[in-house]
Write a protein that binds this ligand. Structure first.
Ligand code: NDP
Ligand code: OXD
Length: 310
């Protein structure tokens, strides 16, 4: 008998996912939520966001796999009680996040953001190329993605620091941890890139108080979640000259509304939540592994600790 996985996402391609999973495992059937005929047959869910009405409509659900590394797109309070949730850790996602981080950081480091504005204004302003040694980068969050980004930046020759809940041992990266060490971490960076998990403790962490602690003229890159950033306080810090510019991939409201003041700041580059990408053909392996585990009643890999929030 085939075991049924329900698929639900308004961003990802259901056919590509069904092909990636079912070509490897003919004993599994992955079906878009709109085409499920018997909700009681569904035992596993692969979701970016749950279908309308929620996942409670599947009485025999044994596991939920997020279609992202983060889980904040899901309303945890509305998930069926007692059904375990796992987040996605996948090499294709890590690679795209590292690439995005490096591209965004180099753009600020080499002043391409400034040169773009000068180009439009027909200004020729020579400035000697900066030295990496004078451009320490701080990575907020040294989890799966943050440590991969920090490692890559170190290999490229940037001085790198990292901040997380606990200390982490990443080669060449000075690790800070906890709220007590946050001020020293922030003061150490010419650019801060955020890739924290969003929890009640980290919500709003990129705020006026944090910008005041950073070096004058520092840059901010946010690829974590929109809820980490207090958007009006970033705009105020840019207007005051404290923060020189920002690259933002995630927003409190997505899509970012067309009348958002963020669009009016030339120092801010907006990308539409594209930092990380998941290749179904690669990530299907992790999904199948977790499906098997959930169906056997075993703990899924990268299971979310709901009490901790990530
Ligand atoms: P991990 O769970 O591996 O890492 C989360 C990090 O957050 C850990 O380092 C953790 O600390 C830290 N953290 C959590 N709470 C606190 C706290 N209170 N104080 C300090 N640090 C804290 O997740 P990933 O690295 O896989 O993903 C990180 C986030 O990136 C996701 O949650 C998601 O929101 C975002 N993301 C965005 C994408 C995009 O396209 N923009 C794509 C993919 C992910 P510790 O290590 O000590 O536990
Ligand atoms: C994720 C994301 O969490 O794409 O994976 O935001």
């Amino acid at each position: 008998m085939k075991r049924t996985i329900v698929f639900s996402s308004d961003l990802d391609d259901p056919r590509a996912w069904a092909e990636a999973v079912m070509s490897r495992r003919p004993d599994l059937v992955m079906t878009d939520w709109r085409e499920i005929e018997d909700p009681a047959a569904v035992e596993f869910a692969l979701v970016w966001k749950p279908p309308p009405g929620g996942l409670g409509r599947y009485p025999n659900l044994k596991g939920i796999q997020s279609l992202g590394a983060g889980i904040n797109q899901l309303n945890l309070a509305e998930l069926p009680a007692g059904v375990p949730l796992a987040r996605l850790v996948d090499p294709s996602l890590t690679e795209t996040m590292v690439d995005y981080a490096v591209a965004a950081i180099y753009r600020h480091f080499r002043g391409f953001d400034r040169h773009e504005r000068q180009t439009r204004a027909r200004i020729w302003a020579y400035a000697a190329p900066p030295s990496k040694g004078d451009f320490p980068v701080g990575v907020m969050g040294l989890g799966v993605l943050g440590s991969a980004i920090a490692r890559q930046l170190h290999d490229l020759g940037f001085p790198v620091t990292g901040w997380s809940r606990r200390h982490h041992d990443v080669e060449g990266v000075k690790s800070f941890a906890g709220t007590g060490e946050l001020p020293d971490f922030l003061a150490s960076c010419a650019l801060v890139i955020n890739v924290l998990a969003l929890t009640p403790e980290t919500a709003g962490i990129l705020c006026a108080g944090a910008f005041d602690l950073m070096r004058k003229g520092a840059y901010v890159v946010n690829i974590g979640r929109g809820g980490h950033l207090v958007e009006p306080e970033l705009i105020a810090a840019i207007e005051a000259g404290r923060i020189a510019g920002a690259t933002l991939d995630v927003f409190a409201e997505e899509p970012l509304p067309a009348d958002s003041p963020i669009y009016r700041r030339p120092e801010i580059l907006v990308t539409p939540h594209v930092a990380g990408g998941i290749a179904p053909s690669v990530a299907a392996l992790a999904v199948i592994e977790n499906c098997d585990r959930a169906l056997r009643g075993e703990t899924m890999i990268n299971a979310v600790d709901l009490a901790r929030g990530y």
